[in-house]
Design a protein. Sequence first.
Length: 161
Amino acid sequence: MSKGSPGPTPGFLVWRLANKWRVAVDRAVAPLGLTHAQYSLVASLHGMRRTGERPSQRQLADHTGMEALYVSKLARSLEAAGLIERARDPRDPRAVRLALTEEGLAVTRRAVDVVQDLLQQLLEPLGGLDAARTRAFTEELTTLLDVPLVPSHPSDPSDPS
């Protein structure tokens, strides 16, 4: 809570909402053998595939907002499960390109349907997925996500200012 606010801060509420939604998606996609993080990766791959992209792990990390190392770990587990293929980029041997397998595509399509139903339920207080309030909420979240983070430097304890 902030000094001037009698209630929770926006940061606390965003954190709580993110955790609530993560848990809900984890539970919803668990029967398909996915976690929320894995779902985020395969759903993003699915969307990028529809536009003709075969992204690198770095591009997928940038797209999802996940750390590159975490995307690499998730990609390895999804590859072991037979849901994605990882291949070295012939133009850049350091880059690994990702694509859904046929099985991965089928699982992802089912997961997207499950998550869309869940989102409809979670967004019902705003009028549902297609409501004006939901669009406004999405625009506000996008505005916040588009602001680049400037690394903060801890104050120097020896600095008297």
